[in-house]
Design a binder for this molecule. Structure first.
Ligand SMILES: Nc1ncnc2c1ncn2[C@@H]1O[C@H](COP(=O)(O)OP(=O)(O)OP(=O)(O)O)[C@@H](O)[C@H]1O
Ligand SMILES: [Mg+2]
Length: 235
């Protein structure tokens, strides 16, 4: 059950929507993914065509809406879907939600390398985890900072509402490692240990587990080649 009714639209209606919107980002196979029109974000989720006998398809868009409606009940700000459509001919779901003012944590840190923002951000991630929220797609470009200075989640379809120690580790590894591909390696510059410590200061994790937490993150980062890059950088 989603909290928004699904409107079935034709191929013509879908094409019309695409033509009248501004493209922000293409996705896999260069298909339009994020668009904008009249202050609204229009997000496309594609699903694979399945043989007729298979009734169940995994609808990411539907999950996205469910998560977006559930997060506020945990006191977490996120986008607010207002329209849900599905176009069978294009095998896609379309969700419309207001474009928020503000920029992502990543954009903000690239524009101004602000240690205080790293600290606030680490505290916020700890807060999410303590509430039992695993924001799987949680790299710094999927957190927006709204005009009030509050954090807000986008890309919420993969959110989970169960948290455990290894998920905390995984989430921080993803966050830190994700920035690595971009020339401007934010966490390396700030210090990943420092960021983990900022997180641990706020997280509900026993002090006796702190060393294990650090060690596991480092082990996973090393497996991803994170430290090799650091050596290369110093050369
Ligand atoms: N509600 C919003 N308000 C403001 N900007 C937004 C909003 N939604 C998306 N954006 C902008 O569009 C960009 C891409 O959007 P989004 O993160 O939803 O797509 P994506 O990262 O390509 O998708 P996915 O992570 O599902 O593969 C964001 O980084 C952000 O700059
Ligand atoms: Mg994103």
């Amino acid at each position: 059950m989603t909290c928004l009714p699904c409107k079935k639209i034709s191929l013509e209606e879908c094409n019309q929507l695409l033509q009248s919107s501004r493209l922000i980002r293409n996705g896999y196979l260069d298909r339009p993914k994020v668009l904008e029109r009249d202050g609204m974000i229009i997000k496309f989720f594609y699903y694979d065509r399945l043989p007729r006998h298979r009734q169940v398809i995994s609808l990411r868009g539907r999950r996205f809406i469910q998560r977006a409606f559930k997060l506020p009940s945990y006191g977490i700000k996120t986008i607010k879907p207002v329209q849900y459509m599905r176009c069978k001919a294009r095998s896609c779901e379309i969700i419309v939600y207001p474009k928020m003012e503000g920029i992502s944590v990543y954009e903000s840190l690239v524009a101004s390398f602000d240690p205080a923002l790293f600290q606030r951000f680490a505290a916020y991630v700890a807060h999410l985890h303590d509430k039992g929220i695993y924001f799987k797609a949680g790299h710094s470009d999927n957190y927006l900072i709204d005009p009030k200075g509050d954090f807000l989640l986008i890309d919420v379809d993969n959110c989970r509402f169960t948290m455990y120690f290894l998920r905390r580790v995984k989430n921080l590894v993803y966050l830190i490692d994700h920035a690595r591909g971009n020339q401007y390696d934010l966490y390396m510059r700030y210090g990943e240990d420092r960021f983990i410590n900022d997180y641990l200061k706020c997280a509900n994790i026993k002090p006796s587990k702190h060393k294990k937490f650090h060690d596991l993150i480092k082990k996973h980062l090393a497996a991803k080649g994170y430290y090799e890059k650091e050596i290369n950088k110093k050369e």
